[in-house]
Design a protein around this ligand. Structure first.
Ligand SMILES: [Zn+2]
Length: 498
């Protein structure tokens, strides 16, 4: 299959209108190109997803774009081509000669690395938009104490499939999926199937079950489910594919010292990173990890709002990463986003969505919010002194790094993704420059970070495979199962005692 066929087209001259004429379903702004793809099995055992992105198709030439590489050696290139072969970026330059390649015309596009969403509970896409007025305590009680127990394996599949497809639709090519409804091994397997069928690059952070929050989340004395060992050998036997394994551990805020030590030791035994929520209820969690001798560069700290300066110093010194999810942190009373603390401490800064039950799901919004809130925090002491600020920080260019290369670093994937660098995997997003909210483009980075949104995402490529083109997602599995997602979400909420 050629890249163009994979994209549902017949050649490089397929216009936007042709795609629209192909028909397809649309739900909540998620538009699909109808490819007539067959899906097997009523159990949702769909195996005809967007492709495994094995890069086995024709070479791909992204032509005449404004290429924002996020690689300091390449910078920003105008009227440049990106040549992709075997799923990798082979060459970036002017007038690349590749007669056999399928061509993506990027003359009206900004070409950026696909965004890295460093923290998402993908399964919650089934209950999108129900928790916009919830506090953090309400979330813990209702979401993790009630709703999560009503998910069946197929609900986990549909939530993950559609949650991940929407990430692609929004220009995000990699997601850390923090999965905490591992109620049975089947739930877990189907969630991984959902990521597979979406065709997204993912770090699957296997977490605890969602069927007993008191047991798993309240100073839990129960160690991480042993099923993760099966995943390591059966579902993730190697780390060279689109999907890799991590552990979503409860950490010091939600489990005993013994459990924290056991869980981190298990992650290290399996050779996978461990991600934990910490510092959104209070401080002391990272100090505890230090006391237990557990700090390391394989640990990812989510939120961190209430951690002390000393705890951030410990994270930075140990090479850990911090994932800020600004919109939900501001809403639910976790505290102000800790991006600035992470930067000051030299920790790897990354940005994520967290929960679409509450907040918007695109990295444009989250990155913009992380940037401007941090600027506001930095400006405020000056304002309170009655003075005028002399400079603005962080910069917009730095914010694009948070959403790309820094996110890749946080997930341990920076050697493969996060910038448009020859030799890296081809995870690429094209932003339209001729839309009313993006034209004219004077600084392409400002256009991407501050002016663009999901509606400007024209083309998305994961591992060399085109998954969105001309504004339309190409995923027959998802296109044929939209009604099942709606039914799943309604059933879960009907059964939940809210
Ligand atoms: Zn979270």
């Amino acid at each position: 299959m050629t890249e163009d066929e994979a994209a549902g087209g017949t050649g490089s001259d397929v216009s936007r209108r042709d795609y629209v004429k192909l028909g397809g379903a649309a739900l909540a702004g998620l538009s699909f190109a109808s490819l007539g793809g067959a899906v097997s099995g009523d159990d949702g055992g769909a195996d005809a997803g967007a492709g495994e992105g094995d890069g086995s198709g024709n070479p791909l030439l992204i032509e005449d774009g404004t290429v924002v590489t996020v690689d300091p050696d390449y910078g920003i290139l105008h009227d440049a081509d990106v040549f992709v072969r075997d799923g990798r970026i082979e060459l970036i330059g002017e007038s690349v000669d590749a007669p056999a390649a399928d061509v993506v015309d990027a003359s009206d596009s900004i070409v950026v690395p696909g965004f890295v969403n460093a923290h998402l509970h993908t399964w919650e896409s089934s209950v999108r938009g129900i928790a916009g007025d919830w506090t953090f305590q309400e979330y813990l009680v209702k979401m993790l104490g009630e709703i999560s127990s009503h998910y069946r394996p197929e609900d986990a599949y549909l939530g993950n499939l559609f949650g991940a497809v929407q990430q692609l639709n929004a220009g995000t090519t990699t997601v850390l999926d923090w999965f905490h409804i591992a109620n049975t091994p089947e739930h877990t397997d189907r969630a991984i199937d959902g990521l597979r069928d979406a065709g997204i690059r993912s770090l699957f952070a296997h977490g605890p079950p969602g069927d007993d929050s008191a047991r798993w989340w309240e100073n839990s004395s129960v160690t991480h489910p042993d099923d993760v060992r099966r995943l390591a050998t059966e579902r993730f036997p190697s780390d060279d594919g689109l999907r890799t394994l991590a552990m979503g551990i409860r950490g010091p805020d939600y489990s005993t010292d013994e459990v924290v030590a056991s869980d981190i030791e298990l992650a290290r035994e399996l050779g996978v990173p461990a991600s934990m929520h910490v510092g959104s209820l209070g401080s002391g969690g990272v100090a505890k990890l230090d006391e237990l001798g557990l700090l390391g560069d394989d640990l990812n700290y989510v939120h961190g709002n209430r951690l002390t300066d000393e705890e951030f110093r410990l994270i930075g010194e140990s090479g850990g990463s911090v994932s800020t999810t600004p919109e939900v942190e501001l809403q639910m009373g976790m505290g102000m986003p800790a991006l600035g603390d992470a930067l000051e401490a030299g920790a790897v800064p990354s940005v994520g969505v967290d929960v679409v039950s509450n907040v918007s799901d695109d990295m444009f919004t989250q990155t913009r919010m992380a940037l401007q809130v941090q600027r506001g925090l930095a400006n405020q002491p000056v304002v309170e002194r009655g003075e005028q600020i002399q400079s603005v920080s962080p910069t917009v260019h730095r914010a694009l790094e948070f959403a790309t290369i820094e996110g890749a670093r946080a997930l341990g994937l920076a050697d493969e993704i996060g910038s448009l660098t020859p030799g890296k995997r081809a995870d690429i997003t094209l932003i339209d420059t001729d839309d009313l909210n993006t034209a004219p483009v004077h600084d392409p980075v400002e256009t991407v970070v501050l002016q663009s949104g999901i509606g400007n995402v024209d083309t998305v490529i994961v591992d060399g495979t085109v998954v969105k083109r001309n504004g339309l997602i190409h995923n027959p599995t998802a296109a044929n199962h939209l009604d099942r997602l709606e039914a799943s979400g309604r059933r879960i909420l009907r059964r939940s005692d809210l």
